[in-house]
Design a protein around this ligand. Structure first.
Ligand SMILES: [Zn+2]
Length: 162
C-alpha cells in the first residue's frame, strides 16, 4: 500500500471528527480502515481520546477541542495518564468504605468485648469505635488534600514560567 493512502486516511480521520466529510471520502476511508490495521487503530485511538475528553469531570477551556487536533491529542494524553491514578484512588476509598461498613458490626462487638474485659467506660470504647470507623474517610481526605496542593504548586510553577 502506498504511503500516500495512509497519509490521506489519517487526514480524513481528523477531518471527520471536526467538520465531517463527503460521502465519497467516507466510503474510501471505510474501505481503507478495513484493510489497514495501522490507520484503524489510529481511528480507534482518536475516538477514545475524544470520548475521554467529553466525559472528563473537569471543565475544559472553551474552544479547546476545536482549536487544533494537536492540542486535543495532547490533552487526551494528559488525561489518560492521570485517569488510572484517580480511578485507583476512588477504588481504594470505595473498598475501604465497603469494608468499613461490612465489618462495622464485628468491630462494634470487638470494642464492646474489649470494653467489658478491660472495664473501660462505655463512652471511651464508643469513641474508639467512631475513630476506627472514620479512618478511611480521613485517609481519603488527606490524599485528596495532598493531590490538590500538589496541583496548586504545579499551577504556580506554570504561571511563573509564562
Ligand atoms: Zn493506512
Amino acid at each position: 500500500m502506498k504511503a500516500d493512502s495512509h497519509q490521506r486516511a489519517l487526514q480524513l480521520i481528523a477531518q471527520a471528527r471536526v467538520e465531517g466529510m463527503p460521502e465519497t471520502d467516507r466510503n474510501w476511508l471505510r474501505a481503507h480502515l478495513e484493510e489497514c490495521d495501522f490507520c484503524a487503530e489510529h481511528a480507534r485511538r482518536t475516538d477514545r481520546a475524544l470520548r475521554l475528553l467529553r466525559t472528563a469531570p473537569i471543565s475544559l477551556p472553551a474552544g479547546l477541542a476545536s482549536r487544533t487536533q494537536f492540542r486535543v491529542r495532547l490533552r487526551a494524553q494528559e488525561l489518560r495518564e492521570r485517569e488510572p491514578k484517580r480511578r485507583a484512588l476512588w477504588l481504594a476509598c470505595g473498598m475501604s468504605w465497603i469494608f468499613g461498613v461490612a465489618s462495622a458490626p464485628y468491630v462494634w462487638s470487638l470494642f464492646q468485648w474489649l470494653g467489658q474485659r478491660t472495664g473501660v467506660p462505655k463512652l471511651v470504647w464508643e469513641v474508639g469505635f467512631g475513630l476506627w470507623w472514620s479512618i478511611p474517610a480521613l485517609f481519603a481526605v488527606a490524599v485528596l488534600l495532598m493531590e490538590s496542593s500538589r496541583r496548586g504548586e504545579q499551577a504556580d510553577w506554570i504561571n511563573q514560567g509564562s
